[in-house]
Design a protein around this ligand. Sequence first.
Ligand code: PLP
Length: 389
Amino acid sequence: MTRPLLNRRLAEFGTTIFAEMSALAARTGSINLGQGFPDTDGPEEVREAAVRALRDGHGNQYPPGPGVPELRTAIADHQRARYGLEYDPDREVLVTAGATEAIAAALLALVEPGDEVIALEPYYDSYAACVAMAGGTRVPVTLRPHEGRYVLDLDELRAAVTPRTRLILLNTPHNPTGTVLTRAELTAVAELAVERDLLVVTDEVYEHLVFDDAEHLPLATFPGMRDRTVTIGSAGKTYSFTGWKVGWTTASPELTAAVRSAKQFLTYVSSGPFQYAVAEALRLPDSYYDGLRADLQAKRDLLSDGLARAGFTVYRPRGTYFVTTDIRPLGADDGFAFCRSLPERAGVVAIPNAVFYDHREAGAPFVRFAFCKRADVLQEAVDRLGRLG
Ligand SMILES: *Cc1c(COP(=O)(O)O)cnc(C)c1O
């Protein structure tokens, strides 16, 4: 057989860097700050709610296609209470197998072969693969460091729109840079979408992980955006249960029906008992979110300060649980080589940001560390990195 097994759409996507780096961490006994998953579970009462659902037989058989009503209502209540956004739980909320399926279903539903999809670069790795599976063409717009923060170049964004542009795939708070898009940036995105009649799929899984005085502003709250925006959320990041894979979309009835058309043939349904538990999690009091933010902000500072002392240039994030660094002050400029040697040199694993770029050279000197780990683990990582210089 001369024809390759993997089809042309997916040929460029080998195994993810996370697999390589996690294997390297295990082999060398390194602290893994590569992949972004918490090393402690979320609230006990939410875990107990899942146990209760399992025991009581809630969700052990196929739940309804759009998600269990309790969860859809809780999602709608959350969007109203937090952001003043009204969604009908029956026609405008869809539960998915994590944000990952929501992204895939939205792109498979809304993109025709040949359509262009604008995404902020560096981007979450599933975006490129999902655009490819949908037969679309990705058009990256590069976020660039400016005065300590990654910023969106609005001229570059405007210039990226062509008659073939179908949608903008947005992500705020942004993984991996930790940028939280500002009101001015989001206003410009909204005005452009309205002017050029574009859809927007906005990945807001880090909506609750914002620090200092940063504020998460859902794109759907901007003028003209509610009915052209698919907003994606997830329980994984907000409640520290990444293994449960409960995500969702909120959007107009027409957009929700379209996304559901694709979703029903991907997983159909998932995570039955966990859906009931997440419905309860969404009703946690403000003190939960305040505690989560305070805890992560302290960890951000622990890791960021340690990385700065070790000689990295640090882009202190205003959201997410990742910190992006520049390795050039350490005399290196190739993030791949740096990350491959870091376990040997310092017993720590990180991810080269270049994997999140089409313009690999634009990402070459940047390296991402996750801080959703126990404080003692971060302290040990910082101590080890301190011996680099
Ligand atoms: C983690 C992550 C996801 C995936 O979320 P799941 O709910 O685990 O599928 C999607 N987008 C971004 C930006 C992420 O960091």
